[in-house]
Design a protein around this ligand. Sequence first.
Ligand SMILES: [Zn+2]
Length: 102
Amino acid sequence: MSTGDVTGSGSPEEIDEAERLDCSAVIADVWLLLDNECDTHARARLQSHIDTCAPCLEHYGIEQQLKSLVSRKCGGEQAPAGLRERLTLEIRKTVIIRETRG
Ligand SMILES: [Zn+2]
């Protein structure tokens, strides 16, 4: 039986960490969109994640801004400076909070 192989130094947040990584990857894609022109792969990942994990973006408070950003960037427009700055602030703030908590 291998059920007794439990160490006290193991991470009890293993599952939670996996979920967080997924949402972190989405935020990384947001950075990609902010820094580069329309990246179709990042955009596809973002849109599918928005569809399946809206609470994540609601948590960041950037859902509407992000949708606007994606459609603007991939529609050939530059993201307005105000939007870019606001997204940057929101993401940075949330990431810092999460890292501090963890
Ligand atoms: Zn998410």
